[in-house]
Design a binder for this molecule. Structure first.
Ligand SMILES: Cc1cc2nc3c(=O)[nH]c(=O)nc-3n(C[C@H](O)[C@H](O)[C@H](O)COP(=O)(O)OP(=O)(O)OC[C@H]3O[C@@H](n4cnc5c(N)ncnc54)[C@H](O)[C@@H]3O)c2cc1C
Length: 219
């Protein structure tokens, strides 16, 4: 059982890795924070009371913490985080959440379905645990939003809705409709609520018990 620290801590930004014009990986000091892969932390610019939730992108064994942040133009915090530079300070609290790969299911088939930055907890799963049996379906509007997809190798499948390219033209739910699901599968859904509600119903219709469907809604 890992220790949960709920106090907020100020830590330094170590690196900003820009993946697209809107999305960056913010790497920061780990400050001894323990988390289980799939959990999220609350992050804000140090000294600013506005904080938001971000799934941890990095693995549980890394010596740093990373989050994958998409800039929301009319938002308050995401823009500030994407505009940070090395050496700036952020405040971090957590970890929170129950979107975890418990030991009993780590050897089972895993269907990981994400929209946009919802891929973040899956990056942490793959970086943290060796030998997972995953299929990762990632839905984005554009082709360049396949955030660091080489990391997942053959397991990664890209559904692109608004332009040609990727592995499938359309939304993740359009692709999911075409799939047969092994009844032993555990499905993890992460991202926007429209996808999650729709995919949840589809997986149930395909015979997956609700106990095998895990969700994390971002907005
Ligand atoms: C458990 C959890 C984990 C999360 N993990 C991540 C993560 O790993 N990466 C990440 O980028 N975001 C993540 N989010 C969303 C994040 O917490 C913020 O809501 C987001 O960054 C917008 O914050 P903001 O202050 O810029 O905008 P706000 O001022 O809070 O909101 C502006 C508007 O943007 C909408 N919005 C929020 N997120 C998005 C989005 N991605 N695309 C389009 N519109 C959006 C909100 O619904 C709101 O209407 C997570 C949310 C939750 C609940």
């Amino acid at each position: 059982m890992l220790t949960t620290t709920k106090k907020r801590t100020v830590c330094k930004v170590l690196e900003i890795r820009k993946l697209t014009a809107e999305t960056s990986v913010v790497r920061m000091e780990r400050i001894g924070l323990n988390f289980d892969p799939g959990q999220y932390i609350r992050v804000g610019v140090a000294g600013d009371p506005e904080i938001r939730d971000y799934s941890v992108y990095s693995g549980s064994n890394a010596d740093h913490l990373e989050v994958l942040v998409r800039r929301v133009e009319d938002g308050l915090v995401s823009k500030q985080l994407c505009d940070l530079s090395e050496g700036d300070e952020v405040s971090v609290g957590g970890p929170y959440g129950h979107f975890k790969l418990i030991e009993e299911i780590r050897r089972k088939p895993l269907l990981l379905i994400a929209t946009g930055t919802g891929i973040s907890p899956f990056h942490s799963f793959v970086e943290s645990y060796e030998g997972l049996n995953i299929k990762l379906i990632h839905g984005t509007a554009r082709v360049d939003e396949a955030y660091e997809s080489d990391f997942y190798g053959e397991s990664y499948f890209h559904c692109v809705s608004r332009e040609e390219g990727g592995d499938f033209k359309g939304r993740v739910t359009d692709y999911l409709q075409t799939l047969d699901i092994d009844p032993d599968t555990n499905a993890f859904l992460c991202g926007n609520c429209d996808m999650i509600y729709e995919a949840f119903d589809m997986l149930q219709d395909k015979g997956l018990p609700t106990a095998q469907i895990h969700t994390e809604v971002y907005f």
